[in-house]
Write a protein of this length. Structure first.
Length: 179
């Protein structure tokens, strides 16, 4: 592995090219795409094996990056607590857990576009008959078992969160100089 030490100017130049990768199966995400367009943040559609979003740094031979670098971090987006509980039903639970297994060795975040999502889980305020205590236990067990975290937020901030999540991850990756 070649190690590079980037100047602040070079680091900024590389981070300005950071490209968000959107899974081709991701849908109902116009609010995120609108944010990326408005902020002129490059993004591409590509099938991802894990998560709905990731990022890459395009090749830049001038700075020693001879090919596109795909970051190993990923982010899964759920639009509500109802979607999360739907993923935990008998017929879909295994697929959801398999995705968590695939992401176990990657930096992984699950965002739920419901600012009051945690409170809704505690109150049992969702369509599923899943017991609130059991739901919280399942989610916290999965977080511990598979090494990820759930972030609850208003959907109007999702695009911003996704971009900055990967921006700072890429910055630290580049600062380590491991290309």
């Amino acid at each position: 592995m070649i190690r590079y030490s980037y100047s602040d100017t070079e680091l900024k130049k590389l981070l300005d090219t950071l490209t968000i990768v959107v899974d081709t199966r991701e849908n109902v995400n116009d609010h995120i795409l609108r944010y990326l367009h408005e902020k002129k943040i490059p993004h591409v559609n590509k099938k991802l094996d894990t998560g709905d979003y990731s990022a890459m740094i395009p090749k830049n031979p001038e700075l020693g990056i001879m090919r596109d670098i795909y970051l190993d971090a990923c982010l899964e987006r759920k639009n509500s607590v109802d979607e999360i509980t739907g993923n935990l039903q008998k017929d879909t639970r295994k697929a959801f857990e398999n995705e968590l297994i695939r992401s176990k060795d990657k930096p992984f975040v699950l965002i739920c576009e419901d600012l009051e999502g945690y409170e809704k889980i505690l109150r049992g305020d969702y369509r599923s008959r899943y017991d609130p205590k059991a739901l919280l236990g399942t989610l916290k067990t999965f977080e511990a078992r598979y090494g990820f975290s759930i972030v609850f937020m208003d959907k109007k901030f999702s695009g911003n969160y996704i971009y900055h999540h990967f921006y700072y991850y890429a910055r630290e990756y580049l600062k380590k100089g491991m290309i």
